[in-house]
Design a protein around this ligand. Structure first.
Ligand SMILES: Nc1ncnc2c1ncn2[C@@H]1O[C@H](COP(=O)(O)OP(=O)(O)OP(=O)(O)O)[C@@H](O)[C@H]1O
Ligand SMILES: [Mg+2]
Length: 361
């Protein structure tokens, strides 16, 4: 896992005011994204996946939402690093769709129903690149071909309602790729599609983004889909990152009880099947500030410390591991599942200002 960092998020926290009290939707989220890397973000509904990623571009409603702490340093290919959370909103509007593209679950709400699909892609090309005139049209046709639309030149003239759901989602991907962004954030982009279409889109997206060295944040609650596309997996629970690491490592050696539960619920994972844990109980309340482990109430390994302190991130594997994929694998758990024992109270968590996948402290 090498390469430059394109996004460095540290200690992001987001709250919402509601009539029932303050919702602590995102707590202390930190991660790095490398150029050309795909980060899969998984977790159950309400775990803070969308809010954490949308708040990077201030796409949450403020108020009731509020980013209460953190930084998100974006390091574009061409240009100076900027902290997205400090930028005036009008600058962010320029970064959105230009340097950082979004693909949402429902393409119909993002596409203009009165404009042909081709024109919408061509417009994105015109707006975000140096290209002008009919070249933009040619580029749009080429992009339609790239995302797998048969008869692209004719399909250029169709309106969104003449496309199937899967084809519309491909169009959204074409629009996102059109401006050759540094990052694409895809929020459950294939959830509404049937499995075969899903697999094909994942495959295309992976090829295109790798070719162009575009980094991708792929949000999903489907571990199977994420397995097909991500290099690094980040598991969220109750608004926090509970585990993160190279995807093959996390799948083969899950080290947070919640991840083990998630993998246990996934068929066809061989060894992980044996670890099947039934995740009983209900999701955590986000109304109280995070002063204990959010998973404590549902955890088979819980002990008194978990209810008294919020676990920081620890390295999941001892620092002498020879397997490079284990490096940077972190888990927010006071129970060391690697050694099958409670962590020593002296064992300190990781300084997130310095951590990244591929490094071992
Ligand atoms: N406008 C809002 N007002 C109050 N609470 C909100 C608002 N938007 C989001 N939240 C809360 O923030 C938390 C995180 O929501 P988020 O949408 O990030 O979850 P998610 O992980 O993306 O879930 P899903 O898989 O359902 O998309 C949830 O508890 C949600 O209720
Ligand atoms: Mg969501």
């Amino acid at each position: 896992m090498t390469g430059d960092t394109v996004l460095q998020v540290r200690n992001l926290a987001v709250e919402f005011d509601s009539i029932d009290g303050t919702v602590h939707a995102v707590n202390n989220v930190s991660f790095d994204l490398k150029r050309g890397q795909t980060l899969g973000v998984v977790g159950e509904s309400g775990s803070g996946k969308s809010v954490s990623m949308m708040s990077l571009l201030r796409l949450i409603a403020e108020p009731p939402g509020k980013i209460t702490s953190g930084s998100a340093v974006f390091l574009p290919r061409n240009g100076e690093p900027v902290d997205l959370l400090q930028l005036p909103k009008r600058w962010l509007a320029r970064i959105r769709g230009d340097r950082i593209g979004f693909v949402f679950q429902d393409p119909m709400s993002s596409l203009n129903p009165l404009m042909t699909v081709g024109e919408q892609i061509a417009e994105s090309v015109r707006k975000h690149t140096e290209l002008q005139g009919s070249v933009c049209r040619d580029r749009a046709v080429e992009l339609l071909e790239h995302v797998g639309i048969p008869g692209a030149a004719e399909r250029y003239n169709n309106y969104p309602h003449q496309f199937s759901g899967g084809m519309r989602q491909r169009v959204m991907i074409a629009i996102a790729i059109a401006c050759n962004p540094d990052i694409i954030i895809a929020d459950e982009p294939t959830t509404a599609l049937d499995v075969t279409v899903q697999a094909e889109i994942v495959d295309r997206m992976q090829k295109l983004t790798k070719e162009l060295s575009i980094s991708v944040i792929w949000i999903s609650h489907d571990l199977g889909v994420v397995a097909g596309i991500a290099d690094v997996l980040m598991v969220m629970y109750g608004g926090s990152v509970v585990e993160r690491g190279e995807i093959s490592r996390v799948y083969s050696h899950p080290r947070h009880p919640y991840t083990i539960g998630l993998l246990g619920a996934l068929p066809k994972l061989g060894a992980a099947q044996k670890r099947l844990v039934n995740i009983g109980g209900s999701p955590p309340s986000l109304f109280s500030p995070p002063r204990q482990c959010a998973f404590a109430a549902r955890c088979p390994w819980v002990f008194d410390r978990c209810k008294a302190e919020r676990p920081p991130l620890f390295f999941a594997t001892g620092s002498h591991s020879e397997d490079p994929s284990a490096h940077g694998h972190v888990t927010a758990c006071f129970y060391d599942l690697e050694k099958d024992r409670r962590r020593d109270p002296d064992e300190t968590g990781i300084d997130v200002t310095a951590f990244e996948v591929g490094q071992q402290g």
